[in-house]
Design a protein around this ligand. Sequence first.
Ligand SMILES: [Zn+2]
Length: 507
Amino acid sequence: MTAGKIRIAPTRRRATVAGLLALTMAGSLTACVSFDPDNGGDGADPATPPQSPPATGQAAADSVGDDYVPGDGNGGYDVQHYKLDLTVRPGTATELTGVADITARATEQLTRFNLDLQGLTVSGITVDGRRAEHQREAAELMITAPKPLAKGAEFTVTVKYSGTPKPVAKPPLGTYGWVRTPDGVFVACQPSGAHTWFPSNDHPSDKATFEFDVTVPEGLTAIANGEPTSRVPSGTGSPSPSGGGVITIGRRDVVSAWKVKEPMAPYLATVTVGRFQVRTGKTPGGITNITAVDPNVGNTDLNTFYRKNSEITDAFVKLFGPFPFGSTGGIVDNAAVGFALETQNRPVYGSFGADEAIVAHELAHQWFGDNVSVTRWKDIWLNEGFATYAEWMWTERRDGQTAQSRFDEYYQQAENSELWEVPTGNPGRANMFSSDAVYTRGAMTLHALRKKVGDEKFFEILKDWAKRYRHANATSQQFIDVAEEVSGQQLDDFFDAWLYGRERPAL
Ligand SMILES: [Zn+2]
């Protein structure tokens, strides 16, 4: 994620990248992010019919136990695939009607298990086609299996649901999740918003493949992650180069189908709906690029943004190794949010537009965050430190401010308590998006590592990291292990100081 309430004229962008970044990183995220552990309560489902009898039998864990996101995720199973059949009617009383088919593997014998779901009305649940009882409590959807599921068994839960998802409001992060725009919805869910619009095991430690079938009113376009799979009837054009997988059926509704073939963390899912100009093609390096711009956002030109996504994606392949997914791109939407998010395949940007350094940040996340994902949120520097350092390297190419001078600038801030006293490798729930402690010191950690091991080993470490934990999850300790193995150096003291120390590391 990159934050920033950015409003600058397009003509000034190039010149202000450095200043903008300082603004971006020092701006709205420096204060503590306060999470309200009771927030789950506001999603109580007023329309739930009278409760079924209390379930019996041992229930699987109702969270994964990540204290940065209390309640998120669940135990007892591992989701393999989400198939989401959604109808989205922006601005109506019921904006979302959905059927979620969730295929999972039981990791223990299951009689009761939970999905995460905030708000919305559930009208029916089946497990392997048999009707299942459920109860709701806060953001937990508690399901009783019609018959016990054996450890190792694969099963499919189908949840029919509807309602209008509520955005998550967590000052000072602002509003995220399902956010209304003038012509549709903008969907960006880090860290806990996925379960406001689909029942899920909403934690990055459970990644799965996805399919989306999205029906929207004629004139609107739904753009999700992955690649379009819609069959294209004659006369409506091909999804390549410009259709984005859109089929027009009849006069009223448009269906678009998207498939995510590589595992994805639920918070990275998006179904962004509105009026879009879409350009599809391939980067010079041969990666499919699907880029969309809401024409009402005046500061972003579709073709310029498309070429930027191509150029940066190809450049990062050289630095970080093969692109981990089937397509790249981006979506600029007319959304009044102050952040961009690295939604898998194509990051989403609010109405501040596609600033080049931010595009570099979000595309770097495709390797670091989306491809290699955190096991626990305390390690979020593995996402944000890496993406921020990629931003520094991209800026160095562009306007000449070197990563070294950026590092020096921050290192001289000896009195910056948030930078030095909050440990980057475990900043605490309130500081998980701290621009100083996580973003900047995370990037500084990588720069210091680069100085210590040399350029050749440093880039080998980054490539090895992206390859070894491709489409998986990892921890800071696993990164330290890779860095030591590749460099042949003992780096415990180095990482202790940079990731866990509460004072400025010595150089
Ligand atoms: Zn980020």
